[in-house]
Design a binder for this molecule. Sequence first.
Ligand code: GRG
Length: 295
Amino acid sequence: MPDFQAFMRDSQARIERALDDYLPTSATQPTRLHEAMRYSIMDGGKRVRPMLVYATGLAVDAPNHLLDAPACAIEMIHVYSLIHDDLPAMDNDDLRRGRPTCHKAYDDAMAILAGDALQPLALDIIANEEQLSYSSRLKIIQALTAASGSLGMAGGQAIDLEAETRTLTLQQLEEMHARKTGALIRAAIQMGALCGEDVSAAELAGLEIYAKCIGLAFQIQDDILDEIGDTTKLGKPQGSDRENGKSTFVSLCGMEASKRRKKELLEQAISALDTLRYDTSQLVELGRYIVRRDC
Ligand code: GRG
């Protein structure tokens, strides 16, 4: 069983190689669009969602070669959402992953198109993954589209934009984040599970609880980092949520209660993995990493 550092290193190396293979080269016409897509995706994000796909794969005994396409697809959808989120019409951010955002490095139109093009590419690589059965491909695509559409991430973003001028209740905040960030995290775990052969209903139920708890804990840590994180490490300005008057777990519950809540969620997530038969050690460690990360 590899230790967590080795698991992270191997999964990150695997995802970099696979993304590079799936993305059209920068020399492919239209070159500026392909450059913009590569600029945003091949730039060293943490790759949390792909790592969740690989760690879930281990927990359901799915071979790594089946997991590459789902791991890349979820990262493509995630990166498209970051590119569009940074646009002037949304968060209007200049920095992402420590570099100028896509629309700053290129222009608004090219950033919109780069995000637009990453979405069908994500679906395309699943649809064309011949090592997966037709049924698995369809179910993986269903998980991805449900998580990214109006009832998932895009819907969560719409609620977030509408909430900018008012304070949310804690329940409204959790519901918004369950869609905006939680849905893709949950989809990453579902997609990994769909690559396993004989995953039982009890195992799926355990993974579902893990996914929901980790999704929420991820966001609580994001809110904590917005308060106390380091701009250089974060690769984006610290304190922007507070400056923009956004409701966050910290603004609604305070720092200590937010830390307690993410600890409880982590414990709940880890206990839920007891229903699984195979190696859940990397899901456990990844959960710990997600709630303790400093960027
Ligand atoms: C534009 C449809 C649409 C949706 C945007 C996810 C999202 C919705 C916006 C991102 C805004 C944001 C910073 C949300 C906080 C949580 C989050 C998604 C952080 C970034 O994810 P990480 O930490 O980033 O996994 P890296 O760069 O490591 O991939």
